[in-house]
Design a protein around this ligand. Structure first.
Ligand code: HEC
Length: 127
């Protein structure tokens, strides 16, 4: 089982445990742990990836960026296909230790967690 899979499984387990413990899962949230990748709260390119890349990366990496600050011409995240082709590089540079992208760091923990989940969902072929 890959690290990403383990991560998603553990988060799913925690959500399920929480829903069972309080008995309020159905009202507060659909209660379906699969939602992380495929339900109404799913993290996919449209609901998360595009926005994340646009906010934290495209300022330097977009093919249309006016000042790339030296970002390689070959590394652009203009659309889903480009992002999908570079999931491994996104994971390595943003979630690696040490993380190298974005250069100044500063991505809030909540967004890093959601990035990790999105990458895991994409790797699992959900959509
Ligand atoms: C302030 C400008 C800037 C921002 C914002 C930025 N990058 Fe970069 N990026 C660079 C530069 C400059 C390089 C080339 C130098 C290097 O590799 O450190 C680069 C290189 C890369 C590379 C290829 C080289 C490698 O290390 O694998 C990837 C992949 C990458 N960036 C991903 C991202 C992602 C994902 C984000 C958003 C989370 C991001 N970058 C945000 C400037 C930026």
């Amino acid at each position: 089982m890959s690290q990403a899979r383990k991560f998603v499984s553990s988060v799913r387990g925690a959500r399920l445990a929480l829903a069972l413990a309080c008995g309020c899962g159905a009202a507060a949230d659909s209660g379906d742990p699969e939602d992380l990748c495929s339900g109404t709260e799913a993290l996919n390119y449209d609901t998360f990836g595009a926005g994340f890349l646009s906010v934290y990366c495209q300022g330097c990496h977009a093919s249309t960026a006016t000042d790339r600050y030296g970002a390689p011409e070959s590394v652009t995240f203009d659309d889903r296909a480009q992002a999908m082709a570079q999931l491994g590089a996104i994971r390595a540079t943003v979630l690696g230790s040490p993380a190298s992208m974005p250069p100044g760091g500063g991505v809030p923990a909540r967004d890093l967690e959601r990035l990790e989940l999105w990458l895991a969902c994409e790797a699992g072929g959900a959509r």
